[in-house]
Design a protein around this ligand. Structure first.
Ligand code: NAD
Length: 322
């Protein structure tokens, strides 16, 4: 494993797709949805024994095909497991799953390590951490970036918060499920990094859509405009990889009817979580606030399931009305 340290953030990059330390192998996996299904499958591929729980029987059946053993409750899944990995939809579901009467903390094995990869408010891991420690387990928050494709191809980036020794212990699992692992600081720091990243992604996506639309409406050839942006000071991931104008970047969701990307409804969720975080610190987020409102409008018009770059269509439609 190669590692380099930039100030207080340590970045670990995979140099091989498999790893040798498999002394600890039993993993309970909670949440076998779009992300978790692939992540659990990648743990199995890397030699872990995975017992999964999801209230959706379809999700459990799909995971069984990938070698995951089904459990019929959280308690049954975590019983005796050395690791628990979860990737769940919301603050409330994560808090209930960990701190509820029949939840993870009440039933986890002493000495186990709990890893929550859900995207949630940083206060959620901060509430779970002391209870986990009191019980005798370690806990880190380790949200992910890279989407469903990243989960499928094990190229996710993990942004972790927690004790260094817990992070180090999690690395073999994170490497089985992703390509990069960042230790961002104390518990909750992973969520802060994730939400900061996604707010910036939402803002640059919105700005790219706005400026591409303006230039095209002024008569520029869309290809020429994109070429200029990609070779000038406005270049970003949004212009290079994720252009919101259909047909210019063949692999971008915009070129496949805005399907199969990062859903607008998940962008709204992350922007709302980031806005809550900013409110707590009183950090001004004028652009984040505008982005939240615009992506909410896309959702209220019925396009929540489309990739968030669909915002370009909204702006284009507004221009057409003039
Ligand atoms: P999903 O809805 O596809 O999957 C969530 C799964 O959790 C569902 O199968 C649901 O049945 C299950 N679940 C609900 N309550 C449960 C419980 N108590 N115990 C066990 N399982 C339970 O959602 P997803 O797209 O996989 O996203 C999961 C998390 O990952 C979210 O926090 C999301 O914000 C984050 N995320 C998603 C993406 C993405 O592109 N989909 C990217 C990065 C981060």
């Amino acid at each position: 494993m190669a590692s380099r340290t930039i100030k207080r953030i340590t970045i670990y990059t995979n140099t091989a797709r498999t790893f040798s330390s498999k002394a600890e192998k039993n993993v309970a996996f909670l949440g076998l949805g779009n992300m978790g299904g692939y992540m659990a499958a990648n743990l199995v591929k890397n030699g872990f024994k995975v017992r999964g729980y999801d209230p959706s029987k379809d999700a459990q059946k799909a995971a069984e095909k990938d070698g995951v053993t089904s459990a019929n409750s959280i308690a049954a899944a975590v019983d005796g497991a050395e690791f628990v990995v979860s990737i769940l939809p919301s603050n409330k579901i994560v808090l209930d799953a960990y701190l509820g009467k029949d939840g993870v903390v009440a039933h986890a094995a002493k000495g186990s390590l709990l890893i929550d990869s859900s995207t949630v408010d940083p206060n959620v891991p901060k509430q779970i951490f002391p209870k986990a420690i009191e019980h005798g387990s370690g806990f880190i928050d380790a949200p992910v970036s890279g989407g469903v494709m990243g989960a499928q191809n094990a190229t996710l980036a993990f942004m972790a918060g927690g004790r260094k020794e817990d992070f180090d212990r999690s690395v073999p699992l994170l490497k089985a499920m992703g390509a990069k692992q960042f230790h961002c600081g104390a518990v909750g720091a992973g969520q802060v990094a994730k939400l900061s990243n996604n707010m910036l992604m939402g803002i640059t996506g919105m700005a790219t859509a706005e400026c591409m639309n303006m230039g095209i409406k002024m008569g520029l050839d869309p290809k020429v405009l994109l070429d200029v942006l990609n070779n000038s000071s406005a270049r970003s991931w949004s212009t290079e990889v994720y252009c919101p104008v259909p047909g210019l970047v063949p692999t971008a969701p915009s070129s496949r009817n805005y399907d199969g990307g990062f859903k607008n409804e998940l962008m709204v969720k992350d922007l709302e979580l980031a806005s809550g975080m900013a409110l707590g610190t009183r950090a001004p987020i004028p652009l984040g606030a505008v982005a939240t409102q615009l992506y909410r409008i896309v959702q209220s018009r019925g396009y929540g399931q489309k990739d968030f770059s669909f915002i370009y269509q909204l702006l284009q439609e507004e221009t057409e009305k003039k």
